[in-house]
Design a protein around this ligand. Structure first.
Ligand SMILES: *Cc1c(COP(=O)(O)O)cnc(C)c1O
Length: 374
């Protein structure tokens, strides 16, 4: 029974959380949560302590992303999934083009394609493990793709498509934001949720919005289109400028996020976190390169994610047994994306993960694999 196997303590990661979201929350963040009591937690989100907290997070995000002139940080409840619906209501004028090369990109494409007030979207697809890129097309007023497709571990460039002037570029940065480099001028909307690189809990969305995106939000809000209030980007914009949300936000999530942003900025900001994630994922890709039974799922090295490493296992390695044995030893959530259905491990190495723990993860996997029946 491999799940009864005990990995020696000297091999085990100090922290065994390698999930791709929710992901590892650090002890420093939990200490910040405890220290935030009682002034913030359990108090009104319409009063200065919580509004200042929201203001801190907005300001720190602006600093982290070196926000271009005129851009703003807005937020709302519901996570990235809710942002897709908000965008279908409040950002697409008539017709969107989507690149879909995994679960998340496909879900946003579905949201705009099925919206009765919009024309059917143009959808460019690519096989999981590769990426599809946008191409300028007549009649498209919004181009959307994920910066990083978390379900497959494929990363795409964030560059405005040539010939798409006047259209918005809208990027899902949910799992890339905070752990990869970004030139924010290349997107009109770059949205994300806090439970990936920012090591917080889920339930909120954040977006960096350009002046063109703000103009589009205002244009559609004034057009008479029916928009549910809870999905109104115009309402999110107004509330965000007041460091508020339309309805009550998860305050603890914001406290955890502020603490992680403090750590990220103190370390040197985007360059620090991106280099740290690259170091961690590099350990895994190097291991794959020297291990016959491990192959990166993303064939093109240029599209291999620095934050979520997807590694196929040889057919004679029982991935489920391997993951079960690791889980029994406290090393968790390296399962492949459920709908991908591959014999694979998917390792989230967001900035909160210590590269030394990634070395230990590799040692632990090798230890278990050597003891699995082959
Ligand atoms: C996790 C994830 C989402 C979904 O985020 P929620 O906050 O759970 O809605 C969307 N897009 C990408 C790229 C993700 O990684």
């Amino acid at each position: 029974m491999t799940d009864a196997l005990t990995i020696p303590a000297e091999l085990l990661p100090h922290d065994g959380r390698f999930g791709s979201g929710p992901s590892k929350v650090t002890d420093a963040q939990l200490a910040a949560l405890a220290a935030a009591q009682p002034g913030v937690l359990g108090t009104s989100h319409r009063q200065p302590p919580v509004k200042n907290l929201v203001g801190d997070v907005r300001r720190m995000l602006a600093e982290f992303f070196a926000l271009p002139e005129g851009y703003e940080v807005i937020l709302g409840n519901g996570g990235s999934t809710m942002f897709w619906d908000a965008a279908a209501f409040g950002l697409v004028r008539e017709r969107a083009q989507h690149c879909a090369f995994g679960e998340f990109g496909a879900k946003f494409a579905k949201a705009t394609s099925t919206a009765p007030h919009l024309a059917a979207s143009s959808i460019r697809t690519a096989e999981p493990g590769s990426v599809a890129l946008p191409v300028a097309e007549d009649g498209i007023d919004l181009y959307a793709w994920p910066h990083h497709e978390t379900s497959t571990g494929a990363i795409a460039p964030v560059l405005r498509p040539a010939g798409a002037e006047g259209a918005l570029t809208v990027i899902d940065g949910t799992s890339a934001a905070g752990g990869t480099r970004l030139d924010a001028t290349q997107a009109d909307v770059y949205y994300f949720a806090p439970q990936k690189c920012f090591a917080s809990d889920g339930g909120l969305w954040f977006a960096l919005v350009s002046p063109a995106a703000i103009a589009r939000i205002e244009e559609i809000a004034a057009s008479g289109r029916w928009v549910p209030e809870s999905l109104s980007l115009a309402a999110a914009l107004t509330n965000s400028r007041l460091n508020q949300t339309l309805n009550t936000p998860a305050v603890a999530t914001l406290v955890l996020m502020r603490a992680q942003l403090e750590w990220m900025l103190a370390g040197g900001g985007m360059e620090f976190t991106a280099a740290r994630a690259e170091r961690s994922s590099g350990i895994l890709y190097d291991w794959a390169a020297r291990t016959a039974w491990v192959t990166p799922f993303v064939a093109d090295p240029a599209h291999r994610s620095p934050v979520v490493t997807t590694l196929d296992l040889a057919d004679d390695v029982d991935g489920a047994a391997l993951r079960a044995a690791l889980r029994a030893n406290g090393v968790v959530d390296i399962d492949p994306y459920r709908k991908l259905g591959r014999n694979q491990i998917r390792v989230g190495v967001y900035p909160a993960v210590d590269p030394e723990d990634v070395e230990r993860l590799v040692a632990s996997i090798d230890y278990v694999a050597a003891r699995l029946p082959r």
